[in-house]
Design a protein around this ligand. Structure first.
Ligand code: ADP
Ligand code: MG
Length: 484
């Protein structure tokens, strides 16, 4: 079987992604009942979300605000007039027989999502982002040949983000989806956890011979449920299409599902076109008009976005892309980094300490970054003590660890550990003790075996529990050894 990279030598990949993100509003898209993940089945329902006859929808304003926030974040056009349409299809978890979505007048069109791939930045163009309602959740039990439907999710608010067919590699597609998650996390409209189904995506794929302009026939893989599977599913579909075309057959337009166990995408049905859905304006929901001032005020409260931080830091501090990417990975880390720079710590140094020692501590206990664990001003203080050699690097790391694991203040930790006071650790006494305990080595050193110096340094370091500066130890040791 050809690998993706060998296929890519002669073939271009064309990928377009549709991402569904569940919006974290208190109530559903068109009703007042709530949706929370992980509640007992069918406990979060109401006549509207069950599609009972006569139940009418009303629009969740917060969901509109969230869509505007997303549109602003990706620099898209936000339309002050938009409307909702019915998208018809039949499935047991869709009780009305149609989903309320947006068709020809979505709230957001255009926009770009900057991503990094192999140290280069790519602007991924969006077609649109529209609001819609989620369906319920069906669970199929093969053993008993039965299915169950949970309507909790029915009517939950979604924003569907659609890209132009501009992605060119399965890894790039994965990175794009991770970026969407990061952006919606930054603007706090969704936790976008894939395991909770709060971010789901479909991948559209076609391939064409290099140099050919016209796109090939695309297929669509539905409901891919992890970042890793996005890449795997697209790779498997590229290989399938490549094989067909190499064999002189054609790719048929189709919807596929990703089979996790078999590691392949399986054809589900020959794909519908938009007109199969019989879209029409929802007569229960008149077109919506919003004030431009509303859009403006939402734009104004938008936080700095990950790509803005990255570009700024690369420019201002000469960071490598991967360094900037790491620090911008979450909004908490980014703002922690920015905060620490207010305390006269160099950017490179802050990067080193945050992504080195501090990340290590979080990883050890496997919790997400939390700026309250070690206050930025305390880490800044530790870094500057270490830089000015008032405490050793070892001590600095130990102080940081103690701050992280206890509730003590920096002052308490410093006092309890005697880190600052080199004299009370008494270098001279420790050196005398070490030399006295190693008379043989002292004689050998004095006969010219100078490399024993590091042996003594090691002993003194150990004796002082790493609290004495290396330079001071070396200085004092050399003095003593030459004079004794
Ligand atoms: P559909 O009507 O099947 O939903 P759309 O034209 O709305 O198709 O596009 C859906 C997604 O498919 C978009 O992300 C778009 O970028 C992508 N797409 C369109 N044409 C192609 C193609 N030839 N190859 C790969 N992706 C494509
Ligand atoms: Mg589609």
């Amino acid at each position: 079987m050809n690998t993706i990279e060998t296929i890519n030598k002669d073939w271009d990949f064309v990928i377009g992604i549709e991402v569904h993100v569940q919006l974290e509003t208190k109530s559903k898209m068109f009703s007042t009942c709530e949706y929370t993940y992980d509640k007992d089945p069918n406990t979060l329902t109401c006549p509207t979300s069950l599609g009972l006859p006569g139940a009418l929808p009303s629009i969740n304003e917060k969901a509109i605000d969230f869509a505007i926030q997303f549109g602003s974040a990706v620099n898209a056009n936000i339309h002050s007039s938009f409307s909702f349409a019915r998208k018809h299809y039949f499935y047991p978890d869709l009780p009305k027989g149609y989903q309320i979505s947006q068709f020809d007048k979505p709230i957001v069109t255009g926009g770009v999502v900057p991503i990094w791939w192999n140290d280069k930045q790519y602007d991924i163009e969006l077609t649109r982002a529209h609001l819609e309602e989620d369906a319920g959740k069906s669970t199929h039990h093969l053993s008993s040949n039965s299915s169950q439907v949970d309507f909790n999710r029915s009517g939950a608010p979604l924003i569907e983000i659609v890209t132009e067919p501009v992605l060119t590699h399965p890894i790039q597609a994965k990175i794009f989806i991770q970026r969407i998650k990061q952006i919606v996390n930054y603007i706090m409209i969704s936790n976008a956890e894939m395991e909770q189904g709060k971010l789901r995506c479909d991948a559209n794929i076609s391939i064409k011979k290099k140099g050919v302009k016209k796109f090939g026939t695309k297929t669509e893989i539905k409901n891919i449920n992890s970042f890793r599977n996005v890449q795997k599913a697209i790779e498997s579909e590229i290989k399938r299409q490549h094989q067909l075309l190499e064999d002189g057959q054609e790719v048929k337009q189709a919807s596929l599902t990703w089979n996790n166990e078999k590691n392949t995408a399986e054809i589900m049905r020959v794909k519908e076109n938009a007109n199969d859905y019989r879209y029409f304006p929802d007569p229960d929901l008149p077109p919506v008009t919003i004030e431009n001032s509303k859009i403006k005020s939402i734009r104004e409260i938008l936080p700095t976005l990950p790509f803005e931080f990255e570009n700024k830091w690369i420019d201002k501090y000469n960071f490598k892309p991967e360094e900037a990417i790491t620090l911008a990975s979450t909004r908490h880390i980014a703002s922690y980094f920015e905060e620490i720079l207010n305390y006269d710590v160099s950017a490179k140094n802050a990067y080193k300490w945050i992504t080195g020692e501090l990340f290590r501590l979080f990883n050890e206990v496997n919790i997400p970054f939390d700026h309250n664990k070690v206050l930025a001003k305390d880490l800044a203080k530790i870094i500057s003590l270490s830089d000015s050699e008032k405490i050793t690097t070892n001590s600095a790391k130990e102080v940081l660890r103690k701050l992280f694991t206890s509730n003590d203040s920096l002052k308490t930790v410093m006092n309890d550990g005697d880190y600052l006071d080199n004299k009370s650790n008494n270098v001279e006494d420790i050196i005398d003790k070490v030399l006295k305990e190693n008379p043989g080595e002292v004689i050998r050193f004095q006969k010219g075996e100078e490399k024993l110096l590091s042996y003594f340094i090691g002993k003194v370091m150990k004796e002082s529990k790493g609290k004495i500066n290396h330079k001071i130890i070396t200085q004092e040791l050399s003095k003593k050894l030459r004079n004794s």
